[in-house]
Design a protein around this ligand. Structure first.
Ligand code: NAD
Ligand code: ZN
Ligand code: ZN
Length: 343
């Protein structure tokens, strides 16, 4: 089968031929219907994150059961599934509560999940080590649903934690309207009546936000002008939440400037920025959070939101063989919503 492999830091991904895996005891073979192309893969290829290659990329996966190993009950060939991405130990207290994204034993596992240390879903087939990591997809098309498992799950987890702040008279600033950001906007609209302000440096991404119903869009290329424009919209109260899907120095700085007192800054992007602290900056009462991915039960909630039609990933589909060119397009900011590789 064809597979897209991470080789080593500093090297581009490679499309290679590999033998089709066979499910061992307790494992499930998934025929991939779609694998999302996440910006985190660019960080994996560019930076030393402690992940050892080679392995098959793709941590945002959905497809159909293609085979089950000995001892796996309750799943049958052809069932559509999403693969839960952050693989924990499965037995620590946190994993038992379904939050494998915060597994207490993560440091000793040697992998963060399929596509992030273990073989992922940018291939025709993927081995999933345990049935607990599968969530039924119901009527959703796996090629459209793949991004739900990260591009939607990650902002959902971040937004859910901030919901008590998001009353109808408040403002939320969302920075970076790419794969995660375009889902964040939809999740905010689905879960609360706070007013969304979308920020990006790319006018086409701001136009996408407007297509998704966002009334206030701000080009953040000039930080001073952006802070002033956002301040005009929020008034003296400032924003109650700033969600940063870039995490670079200019964006974390902007977050601290646009939130008001008793607010929250949530940095999701891995852009390497440093949030500086001084008296009243960020303002008093502001909490800073750095969430990672989401829990298994939250993935079920995200799938329910999509099934009910409240959120819908904007997907550009590409054949698996074009993976290297698709990563380049993502790097250049040329993907609207999420690119999905379809084997
Ligand atoms: P993406 O490339 O699809 O989108 C990024 C968006 O940010 C684009 O619209 C781009 O125009 C915009 N942007 C880039 N630089 C900007 C700047 N300086 N100011 C404003 N906007 C800017 O990326 P994605 O797949 O949505 O991922 C976003 C980030 O989130 C990445 O850093 C990724 O690694 C990270 N991530 C984190 C988690 C987590 O759990 N913490 C999970 C998934 C992804
Ligand atoms: Zn990701
Ligand atoms: Zn665990």
């Amino acid at each position: 089968m064809k597979a897209v492999r991470f080789i080593a830091v500093g090297q581009p991904a490679e499309v290679v031929d590999l033998p089709q895996p066979k499910p061992g005891p307790g494992q499930i073979l998934v025929k991939i219907g779609g694998a999302g192309v996440c910006h985190s893969d660019l960080h994996v290829m560019d930076e030393e994150l402690g992940l050892k290659g080679p392995f098959t990329l793709g941590h945002e996966n959905a497809g159909w059961i293609a085979g089950v190993g000995q001892g796996v009950d309750g799943w049958k060939e052809g069932d559509p599934v999403a693969v839960y991405g952050p693989w924990g130990c499965g037995h620590c207290h946190t994993c038992q509560t379904s939050a494998e994204n915060y597994c207490e034993n993560h440091a000793s596992l040697g992998t963060m999940g399929g596509g992030l240390g273990s073989d992922g879903g940018m291939a025709e087939y993927m081995l999933v080590p345990s049935p607990r990591l599968l969530v039924p997809l119901g009527t959703l098309d796996p090629a459209i649903a793949a991004p739900l498992s990260d591009a939607a799950l990650t902002p959902y987890h971040a937004i859910k934690a901030a919901l008590p702040l998001l009353t109808p008279d408040t403002h939320v600033v969302v920075i970076g309207i790419g794969g995660l950001g375009h889902m964040a906007v939809q999740i905010l609209h689905a879960l609360c009546a706070a007013t969304v302000i979308a920020g990006d440096i790319d006018e086409s991404k701001l136009a996408h936000a407007r297509e998704l119903g966002v009334k206030h869009t701000v080009n953040t290329r000039d930080g001073d002008a952006a802070a002033a424009a956002i301040g005009k919209i929020t008034g003296a109260r400032g924003a109650v939440l700033a969600l940063d899907f870039v995490g670079a120095q200019p964006t974390v700085d902007l977050c601290a400037r646009v939130v008001g007192r008793n607010s929250r800054i949530t940095v999701v992007g891995l852009g390497g920025g440093t949030l500086h602290y001084s008296a009243n900056n960020p303002p008093y009462g502001c909490a800073v959070t750095v969430p990672y991915w989401g829990s298994r039960t939250e993935l079920m909630e995200v799938i329910a939101l999509a099934t009910a039609g409240h959120i819908h990933p904007q997907v550009e589909k590409f054949p698996l063989e074009q993976a290297v060119a698709v990563y380049q397009r993502l790097r250049e900011g040329k993907i609207k919503g999420r690119a999905v590789l379809v084997p």
